[in-house]
Design a protein around this ligand. Structure first.
Ligand code: GLA
Length: 334
């Protein structure tokens, strides 16, 4: 019996709907044609992985009890997944390669988690895979992330973005218009992302204690919040959910000008109300939007650095690269 496997998980870029997933809101990400690949075979009793990009290999003894203590650090994501799978996790020996830039806000860690879950024997729906990988991320990094990255990577559809309701986990595939390019431009590695992220999650919880679930709140509800900072955070989330709805309609009706305008409005909301952008990202968005052929651009993902995303006429010359949506994570066993 051969037991060779190749597990592949793409990265993702979010077109619109940032910092809405952890309050059960709406997001519209798409996978990108860059992948993390784990290739290997069944092992004896441990998970042993080398990586093309990391000097030190990972050796994880099963069962895993404390994934956050795994060394080197990149092994924590794999250890988190193994801990979540529990006693049925399959020992493996393998090698990891990736074409997703690490630490750039394109979900390289979520791709590693999803690929690892498949390699370690997870077998279930895309939603279950995503939830397991999300819990693994919480355990591995302590960052209380939402479901967007893992679900997009698990459920990706070629040439489509995914409109995801993060409360029901319902997914609607929305075709990326043929007459537009999606561009990703790397700006800077992320800084302070973990602690600032957790702070935003806590601020949303404060807002929800005052006005109830933000996914159901109106801007009139938001105006009743006395604390100006919490009011701004809530205003971002509530207005962003509406922008995601409007953006999905704009994509479906090929109204690229409206789609681009909504992206820029989203950026301004993240910059001013949610304060997750940086001066370098703002400048990159400004320059991108001043380029002929660009409909709109915004920061994408958690923020505090990373990448910007733009919607442009085909063939527009920019400093970024064109990305294409691909199918979600897979495993081949031979
Ligand atoms: C990170 C998190 C996601 C999401 C985005 C912001 O990528 O992992 O869950 O919250 O930030 O939209």
């Amino acid at each position: 019996m051969t037991n060779h496997f190749v597990a592949r998980a793409p990265g993702r870029v979010n077109l619109i709907g940032d910092h809405t997933d952890y309050t059960g809101g709406l997001v519209l990400p798409m996978t990108i044609d860059r992948w993390t690949v784990i290739e290997g075979s069944h092992g004896e009793s441990t998970i042993t992985l080398t990586s093309a990009d990391e000097p030190d290999p990972v050796s994880i003894t099963l069962p895993v009890e404390n994934p956050a203590a795994a060394e080197p650090r990149w092994g924590r994501y794999v250890a988190g997944v193994a801990a979540e799978i529990g006693v049925t996790a399959i020992p493996i020996v393998g090698h990891v390669t990736t074409t997703i830039p690490v630490g750039a806000g394109l979900s390289s860690s979520a791709a590693l988690e999803v690929a690892a879950a498949l390699a370690l024997g997870f077998d279930g729906t895309a939603a279950d895979l995503a939830q397991l990988a999300r819990r693994a991320e919480h355990r591995a990094s302590g960052v209380p992330c939402g479901i967007m990255d893992q679900l997009c990577i698990a459920a990706g559809v070629a040439d489509h973005a995914l409109l995801i309701d993060c409360h029901t986990l319902e997914i609607e595939a929305v075709p990326v218009p043929h007459n537009a390019d999606v561009i990703v431009q790397f700006v800077a590695h992320r800084t302070l992302a973990g602690s600032e992220y957790a702070q935003r999650v806590a601020e949303c919880e404060r807002a929800e204690r005052l006005i109830g679930p933000l996914r159901l709140a109106t801007l009139a509800d938001v105006r009743t919040i006395d604390d100006p900072l919490i009011q701004r955070r809530a205003r971002h989330v509530v207005s962003e959910n509406q922008r995601v709805r409007d953006f999905a309609v704009a994509l479906r009706t090929n109204d690229l000008a409206t789609a681009g305008r909504l992206m820029l409005e989203s950026h301004h909301s993240l910059r001013d109300d949610y304060e997750t952008s940086t001066p370098a990202i703002n400048e990159a968005v400004r320059q991108m939007c001043a380029t002929p052929g660009v409909y709109g651009a915004r920061m994408t993902g958690g923020g505090f650095g990373g990448c910007i995303v733009a919607l442009t006429a085909p063939g527009t010359t920019t400093t970024g690269w064109v990305v294409r949506a691909v199918d979600g994570a897979t495993i081949d066993r031979t």
